[in-house]
Design a protein around this ligand. Structure first.
Ligand code: CMC
Length: 429
């Protein structure tokens, strides 16, 4: 096929801009040489219309509500796969054979312990520290225990060991941040359990009681983690890629990703949604008042869990999670009044002109918090759960960026400050 290009007419000259096409027929203008040829750069606040890379990991069609990892639909993966199998797929590109899978799970299981001195770092945090801040610090601290991980240019085998280590240790670190917040002694990993059951045990086991893993809770967690496992070039993933592009280590890149995820406009929304629904309940369930607040441009309040940068029809993850929330609550026999408020709010908002005209639909975070609550996970840990789910995506995107030998990320700007002026000594001001 002949190479396509677009033409830019500017100040009497014509510039040819090559068009890059993806496997799902998405087209992009490659403006890499535009500045050198014309002196022009592009300006796009929040990168709303800018592709930062080409990627073979996740395909997302926001208009049609499609999400696929390596070509497999999120619906099929949530139904049939396990989190570790999906992680393997996302990181290495193909579903594992039986042998590859047992090797992968075995390797991860071997590395679940963290160095005992991590506990002294954890002890240094105040017990009320937010678990996301603690998690980000502990992941960064892994570089101190594994200095070989600092150089991402080492052999593929060594980089892979870093990948296995972080996948194995994140549940341990995450559970320990919770124990720190509770002021309880930490639990060590139980390698006889699967990934999710082991995490739940480290969260909930109390040394004085016998702990029985619960298949229902593990399955629900497994599904949630799969649904969060990658989401192409979102805020935290772009952070991981850009930090990694300076050849910073995997652990420091992921630690930065955790910080980016924390904000309420991104992963932190799951905590913010529950806090909002509880506030609405406390306020007597006056939905009209809260909807009006969300619409009021003079009020900074936003309807948390609504809207998405790329989904302008529906968020396919939210659909699956809503159904899963109903299942989990029914099986556990829990009646959560906050779920009633969520459903009413969704119904009212979806008929409201403000939300309809802006394509604001419930996103993945609108219902995930309700399942986390039913699983007994405290609100402050919700975004940590998101981070555990997103880890394979961050790893795969970091690995892809390194393997493609991508250049350091360094956007340009249009300077709007003062032009040159002479310095005035303090005595003359
Ligand atoms: N409540 C009220 N108004 C909203 C909301 C909301 N949740 N989201 C967007 N809008 C309005 C916004 O004010 C703007 O209105 P106008 O055109 O009149 O100025 C219009 O909708 C477009 O919004 P935007 O801020 O330009 O859209 P964006 O793509 O920059 O932001 C978003 C996307 C997710 C940050 C935003 O919808 C939001 O803040 N939602 C609430 C936070 C949330 O639930 N985040 C979780 C996202 S899903 C998890 C993840 O993948 O991160």
């Amino acid at each position: 096929m002949a190479e396509q290009h677009a033409e830019l007419h500017f100040e009497g000259k014509v510039y040819k801009i090559p068009v890059v096409e993806g496997t799902e027929n998405e087209k992009a203008l490659d403006i890499g040489k535009l500045r050198a040829q014309s002196g022009l750069i592009t300006l796009d606040y929040g990168y709303k219309n800018t592709g930062a890379t080409t990627s073979a990991i996740t395909f997302l069609d926001g208009e049609k509500g499609i999400l696929r990892y390596r070509g497999y639909s999120i619906e099929e993966l949530a139904e049939h796969s396990s989190f570790l199998e999906t992680a393997y797929l996302i990181i290495y590109g193909e579903l594992p054979t039986k042998d590859e899978y047992s090797q992968f799970v075995g390797d991860i299981t071997k590395h679940t312990m963290v160095h005992e001195e991590v506990k002294s770092i954890l002890d240094g945090f105040p017990s009320k520290a937010h678990p996301m801040g603690v998690l980000s610090s502990l992941i960064g601290a892994l570089t101190a225990f594994y200095p070989n991980s600092l150089d991402p240019n080492r052999s593929g085998e060594e980089v892979n060991t870093s990948i296995i280590r972080i996948l194995a240790k994140l549940p341990t670190l995450a559970a320990w941040t919770y124990k720190n917040e509770k002021g309880q002694p930490v639990n060590y990993p139980d390698n006889s359990l699967d990934y999710c059951s082991n995490f739940l045990k480290m969260m909930y086991a109390v040394p004085t009681d016998k702990y029985e893993p619960d298949a229902l809770l593990s399955d629900a967690l497994n599904k949630l983690l799969i649904l969060h496992a990658d989401h192409e070039q979102n805020c935290s993933t772009s952070t991981v890629r850009i930090v990694g592009s300076s050849h910073a280590s995997l652990y420091s890149s992921v630690s930065a990703g955790v910080s980016a995820l924390w904000g309420p406009l991104h992963g932190g929304a799951n905590q913010a949604v529950i806090e909002m629904l509880e506030a609405i309940k406390e306020d007597g369930g006056n939905l009209a008042k809260w909807i009006a607040k969300a619409k009021d441009k003079n009020d900074p309040f936003r309807m948390m869990g609504f809207g998405h940068r790329v989904y302008k029809n529906f968020d396919p993850r939210a659909k699956i999670i809503k159904k899963a929330a109903d299942n989990v609550l029914e099986k556990l026999g829990v009646h959560d009044p906050v779920l009633d408020i969520a459903k009413q709010l969704e119904e009212v908002a979806l008929k409201d002109e403000y939300f309809v005209s802006r394509s604001l639909y419930p996103n993945v975070d609108f219902y995930s918090g309700i399942i986390y609550r039913a699983l007994g996970i405290p609100t402050q840990m919700f975004t940590v759960m998101f981070a555990m789910g997103r880890l394979p995506g961050w790893i795969a995107q970091w690995k892809e960026m390194r393997e493609n030998n991508e250049p350091i990320g360094r956007p340009r700007q249009v300077y709007t400050g003062r032009t040159q002026r002479s310095f005035v000594k303090m005595s003359d001001r």
